[in-house]
Design a protein around this ligand. Structure first.
Ligand code: ZN
Length: 282
């Protein structure tokens, strides 16, 4: 299994990405397994707090760009959304997959009515952001960095386009225009993460925080989470997400017309001027 699940006696569910050899790159099975774990934690009334973490040096290097037949792999799983079309051609199938598994999953997880904490170290790149941003609280090890490299693929940002809410409008633009990382310390200054600790103190820090929250009244926790999420949504977040998702699909369509694939192949060769291959160091 590429995702592990356990619940402690105090009601803390720990969901652990465990595809270390691929730097926790997300293939279809990993994402559906992760979604199942979130559902399991959400449905278990004994679970008070959910922690999402990852084994290895890197939290997640993003979507697995080398997965063969990504859309075919979905047939092994029961889909959770209603936007289908997976057997259609090109953009229609891709949009169906991304609405189900990228935007759809991230929104589902963001709306789980229980506190969620992301515990992150190392690379959190592109699709990796879409696992940590849906969580309520992000605690970072000093090695953590947050990066959206989609500009180098000629793609218009990660599908769960939360950048403006996570780092502010101007930093979001610099992050997206350059594809350069936001460090853990900078993420702390920007309010994206609430604590940065030494990597070897990360697990203990999250454990301590999760224990404090696990002792609070669960229904009140559910209500305050809903209240904060509603405040964010009142700023126009859902409508903005729909717009950015449509623009993201437009960038895939343009790449498909120009290059016959969904992303610009120059990303893989690093041949675009000034482009560095974005894969994190092991
Ligand atoms: Zn996409």
């Amino acid at each position: 299994m590429s995702v592990n699940y356990e619940v402690s006696a105090e009601g803390i569910a720990r969901i652990t990405l465990d595809r270390v050899e691929k730097r926790n790159a997300q293939d279809t099975d990993l994402l559906y397994s992760l979604n199942e774990c979130f559902d399991r934690a959400a449905h278990d009334d004994e679970v008070r707090v959910i922690v999402l973490k990852a084994n290895g040096a890197h939290f997640s290097s993003g979507h697995d760009m080398n997965e063969p037949d990504k859309i075919g792999a979905m047939s092994r799983w029961e889909t959770v959304g209603t936007w289908c079309g997976f057997s259609c051609s090109d953009i229609e199938a891709q949009m169906g997959r991304e609405r189900e598994m990228y935007l759809g999953f991230s929104e589902r997880w963001r709306n789980i009515p229980k506190p969620t904490i992301a515990q992150v170290q190392g690379a959190v790149v592109a699709g990796g952001l879409m696992l940590v941003w849906p969580c309520d609280i992000i605690i970072a090890g000093e090695s953590a960095y947050f990066q959206d490299t989609t500009i180098d693929m000629a793609v218009a940002g990660a599908e769960f386009f939360h950048h403006p809410w996570e780092v502010g409008v101007r930093r979001a633009k610099e992050m997206l225009f350059t594809g350069e990382p936001v460090t853990a310390r900078e993420a702390l200054d920007l309010g994206m993460v609430t604590r940065v600790v030494a990597d070897d103190e990360l697990a203990a820090t999250v454990q301590e925080l999760a224990s404090v929250i696990a002792r609070k009244p669960p229904f009140a926790l559910k209500l305050v989470k809903q209240a904060v999420n509603a405040a964010q949504d009142a700023q126009g977040r859902p409508a903005a997400l729909e717009t950015s998702f449509a623009l993201h699909q437009l960038s895939h369509a343009e790449n498909l017309l120009k290059h016959g694939r969904l992303v610009d192949p120059q990303f893989f060769t690093g041949s675009r001027s000034g482009l560095k291959p974005s894969a994190p160091a092991p």
